[in-house]
Design a protein around this ligand. Sequence first.
Ligand code: HEC
Length: 307
Amino acid sequence: MSPGSTRGLLLWGLLLLTSSATPATSQRNTVEVWVRAPTSSAADAGRLEQRTIDLATAPWVEVDRFDAQYGVHHRYRGVTLQWLLHTGSVPGMVDLALLHFDNGMVVPLPFRDTTAMERLAPFIALEVWVDSPGERVWSRDLPDISRKGEESEDWRPIRFQGGKFVVQTLWHPEVPEVTPRVFSPWQHVDRLAGVELAQSEAYRRQFQGSGSAAVANGYRTFLERCQFCHGVRQVGAHFGWDFAEPVPLHTYRDPHSLWFHAKYREMDATARGLMMPAFPDLGPTQAAALWAWMQAIVTSGPAPYRP
Ligand code: HEC
């Protein structure tokens, strides 16, 4: 069986699972917080000082926010990320909060950078103020993001069951700013499920690989565009396919096919509810560098996490 058809089957399996496994009533209001444990091999990412925070009993605050993912203002009740981060002791060498979302995304945030934190003002919304005629209430029903065009099937809206992560700008410190904006990880996140505290250089070094200048460029592009959704051998995010397992991506896509996939997928991919966004500004040289990096990182494996 070709990798493509294996993936097709896997995808169908996933769809069947997700369509049957989420009763609308299940509100998950807990977030796990832990410190990433140093590892001897790459895959055995352990957890130190793990704690489960019940947001239902946390001190809620009320905020009036521009929600950049919805693109509108809302009045919310919920918990600030800052509060969540300070529910336990944070080791001094730790400077990165890896935000784990229900869908498998992992978005790194340099939480000691006060400028970045003020700019994003990260908040976990648990209730939204619904202010329509005849109905003025706090509602737990945070609307799905579902974009239906005339001809498009929106088969996968983003749902927020049990809370919504809110930032007030689509800006992210690791994503280059271009006008108009082509990509922001914040457009794709759903409920915050966990916060992993790590040391940024050691965390990134896991994905670095070694080799030519192309490998170094590919690594940078991975950090700027792919790390939020894709991991390597279960290190990192797992919203999109792992770049190494079960089949290393570089073995069945050549640099050109990789470029084609990332640049020319339907330009309205996200709007249509497809899961991977298009990167219309990605050049062939960048894609070739990504391919070289994938080959290098799959061959050497992600490095252990050693802060
Ligand atoms: C917002 C999340 C997200 C980002 C960012 C993202 N991907 Fe994906 N990617 C996915 C998902 C989900 C899939 C599987 C379903 C699909 O194709 O939409 C996928 C699928 C793929 C595939 C297809 C695998 C196959 O079957 O051949 C390739 C190749 C790929 N991604 C490469 C990349 C590269 C390279 C980057 C960075 C330039 C990237 N992706 C960024 C979510 C993402």
